[in-house]
Write a protein that binds this ligand. Structure first.
Ligand SMILES: Cc1cc2nc3c(=O)[nH]c(=O)nc-3n(C[C@H](O)[C@H](O)[C@H](O)COP(=O)(O)OP(=O)(O)OC[C@H]3O[C@@H](n4cnc5c(N)ncnc54)[C@H](O)[C@@H]3O)c2cc1C
Length: 341
């Protein structure tokens, strides 16, 4: 039986693992983080299971592909996903004044009832897929016809096939000299742009649960407490900085930028920044596709003869759905090539 290691247990790694597993393989998923999910990142404000939670990476996702639709419908039935229909505004600063107008964007939005990270973990569990967490891969090197996966703690394992799903820069680093011949990794730095993310406890807004920003330093803010279907005077808001601002300030710790971003949120919504309390700051070094992402039609990169695949949202136009399509396509190509030995 072909021996497969999947590096990264975000949505792309999950999709690859689910499809390989359904075809009879037993892939081993490893992730450097303390838990799976990658950029589907959720935290609770306290340890108890009923504590308020917030998504500080992906906020919701949309569906276009029929296969992904089938997964979404099954997860809606299973209660692993729910619809989220916020009242969304567009914010624009005109002549020094913020103007908020209702957004006509009422597309279908999917969220996890306990956050998107929980959705990924529930799917992995339902498929019986174990993830070895806190397993930081340092290098992937050819060893005869197999691959040697070396970990930062000095241990190693070998595999017939390796599927890499970290962001482009990290995948290029793992592959070292082998990355040089791979088109998809020609411009790894430009594949994904940064995003500074701040979560604040702030007053609920009567008629708005999310805002797209057309100007200024923010790109998006969303009310997590509304997502969770909870009430109360103060809600947990996620603020995401704009990609241009985030890239320009990529080396500045998010904590140093948080007051600026909170002030902008307060100004745009006619509130007082003093009424807002910062709960968490996070810099996503690789958040969403940048100008130099590879052609999204390819979905993934594979060299089935060598037993190497690369998947991830940055190869498939970004977003949760792109990550899933990329992981599924990598698995399909591997399954077709090895025809289940
Ligand atoms: C701020 C922000 C907002 C977003 N908003 C949305 C949104 O609203 N809607 C939407 O659809 N998408 C959104 N996205 C994008 C979405 O989160 C991603 O497209 C998707 O989660 C990417 O999945 P992935 O599996 O390709 O990569 P990742 O989720 O990045 O998974 C890669 C995994 O690899 C692991 N890893 C990396 N290096 C190593 C190593 N050396 N060893 C072991 N493991 C390693 C990481 O820990 C990670 O778990 C957003 C992303 C961010 C950051």
């Amino acid at each position: 039986m072909t021996d497969i290691v999947i590096i990264g247990a975000g949505v792309a790694g999950m999709a690859a693992a689910e499809h390989l597993s359904a075809a009879g393989y037993s892939p081993r998923l490893v992730d450097k983080a303390a838990r799976p999910g990658g950029r589907c990142a959720t935290r609770r404000v306290a340890a108890d299971r009923d504590a308020d939670w917030f998504d500080y990476g992906a906020q919701y996702f949309t569906v276009r592909d029929d296969g992904f639709r089938a997964l979404v419908d099954a997860d809606l039935r299973a209660g692993r996903l729910v619809h989220w229909s916020p009242a969304i505004a567009s914010a624009e600063r005109v002549a020094g004044t913020w103007l908020l107008t209702p957004s006509p964007d009422d597309r279908e939005r999917l969220i996890g009832p306990h956050g998107l990270n929980v959705w990924v973990r529930q799917r992995l569990q339902a498929a019986g897929l174990d993830v070895a967490t806190e397993r930081h891969v340092r290098r992937v090197v050819a060893e005869g016809k197999r691959w040697r996966v070396e970990y930062a703690d000095g241990t190693a394992e070998s595999a017939d096939v390796v599927v890499c799903t970290p962001p482009a820069v990290q995948t290029a680093a793992l592959l070292g000299p082998r990355a040089a011949g791979i088109d998809a990794l020609a411009h790894p730095d430009a594949a994904l742009a940064a995003c500074h993310s701040v979560v604040v406890r702030a007053p609920a807004l009567a008629e708005r649960q999310a805002i797209f920003f057309k100007s200024g330093r923010l790109s998006w803010v969303a009310d997590n407490t509304h997502k969770a279907g909870r009430g109360g005077e103060h809600h947990l808001w996620t603020l995401h900085a704009d990609a241009t601002f985030s890239e320009a300030e990529v080396e500045t710790p998010t904590a140093e930028l948080a007051d600026l971003l909170v002030s902008e949120f307060a100004a745009a919504t006619a509130q007082r920044a003093d009424d807002m309390e910062i709960v968490r700051t996070h810099r996503w070094r690789y958040a969403r596709p940048g100008g130099g992402a590879p052609d999204a039609d390819d979905l993934c990169w594979t060299d089935t003869a060598a037993g190497l695949a690369i998947a991830g949202d940055w190869l498939a136009g970004g977003r949760v759905e792109g990550a899933w399509l990329s992981g599924r396509e990598a698995a399909r190509r591997l399954i077709a090539a090895y025809a289940l030995d």
